[in-house]
Design a protein around this ligand. Structure first.
Ligand code: AMP
Length: 278
């Protein structure tokens, strides 16, 4: 496993791999990340992982400086699963003085996370575009956990004719249903227990959808009703939207929709989603 922190050295090492799968991460790795790396290696024969806590996707009052980091542990986990290349640039390498270009994907960035976190997806799209240019992956792997991010990045790839395939992989969960996330370490024991309500709420919507409910508002209400059983959670949004445009639906088509939500427990925001009928 080669661990590389400069762009030139990464480009030189890249030449050794005819096909390469890329998994962009912010580190503090868990089984969700590792599932993407395994899939990248299986499908492409070689896997690259980037570990970069991207300052431009954090808002001014967000957790950039406190975001959990443990490079030694991350590298040990990646070595165990035989990752080929790890790219660990500093912010000064990614954004040297004078850097000013950004990627605005438009439409699908304005709702859900975009409405709550202005500028977030500009930061995400810009850094992922740079990583694609540096790594030149055959395929890039992302988690369904961050559903809107996959929609935004797929649109960027299409709109800008980027020569790679995007693969979206299933959300990996803890045994009690909580979606794995690096931010889960922020949760107190009580918040950690209460956090399981997100997946219970989404499952209730999926159950009703499968039983024939097609009113998106009824499904949003079903989700809110389950969330209300944990009053310590403050809801940012509950959405039942078109899977591609992320527009809120009135009627859910038979082939499903994206049910997604964000709930705050103390200072920690938890996100989750399911594809209804998926
Ligand atoms: P992050 O380090 O949080 O930026 O995540 C890096 C990649 O891992 C993103 O594509 C995430 O969607 C994905 N990811 C994060 N958590 C999970 C999870 N629980 N299951 C599957 N993929 C995940």
């Amino acid at each position: 496993m080669q661990v590389i922190d400069t762009i030139d050295a990464f480009r030189a090492a890249r030449k050794g791999f005819p096909r390469l799968g890329l998994v962009p991460t912010m580190g503090f790795l868990h089984e969700g990340h590792l599932s993407l790396v395994r899939r990248a290696r299986e499908e492409c024969g070689a896997a690259a992982v980037s570990i970069f806590v991207n300052p431009t996707q954090f808002g001014a009052n967000e957790d950039f400086s406190k975001y959990p980091r443990d490079m030694e542990r991350d590298l040990a986990l990646l070595r165990e699963i035989k990752t080929d290349l790890v790219f660990t640039p500093t912010p000064a390498i990614v954004y040297p003085p004078g850097h000013s270009t950004g990627i605005e994907v438009g439409g699908v960035t304005t709702m859900l996370e975009g409405a709550v976190r202005p500028g977030h997806f500009r930061g995400v799209a810009t850094v992922v575009c740079k990583l694609f240019n540096i790594v030149q992956p055959t395929k890039a792997y992302f988690g369904q956990k961050d559903a809107q991010q996959t929609v935004v990045l797929a649109k960027m790839v299409r709109d800008l004719d980027m020569p790679l395939e995007m693969i979206v992989c299933p959300t990996v969960r803890e045994a009690d249903g909580l979606a794995m996330s690096s931010r889960n370490v922020y949760l107190s024991p009580d918040e950690r227990r209460a956090g399981t309500v997100l997946y219970r709420a989404l499952n209730e919507a999926d159950r009703r959808f499968k039983a024939g409910e097609r009113s998106a508002e009824a499904l949003r209400k079903a989700i809110r009703d389950v969330l209300a059983t944990e009053p310590s959670g403050a809801i940012d949004y509950v959405s039942v939207a078109d899977r591609n445009t992320l527009e809120e639906l009135e009627t859910v088509p038979a082939d499903g929709a994206l049910a997604s939500l964000a709930v705050r427990f103390g200072k920690t925001r938890l996100l989750d989603n399911v594809v209804l009928g998926g």
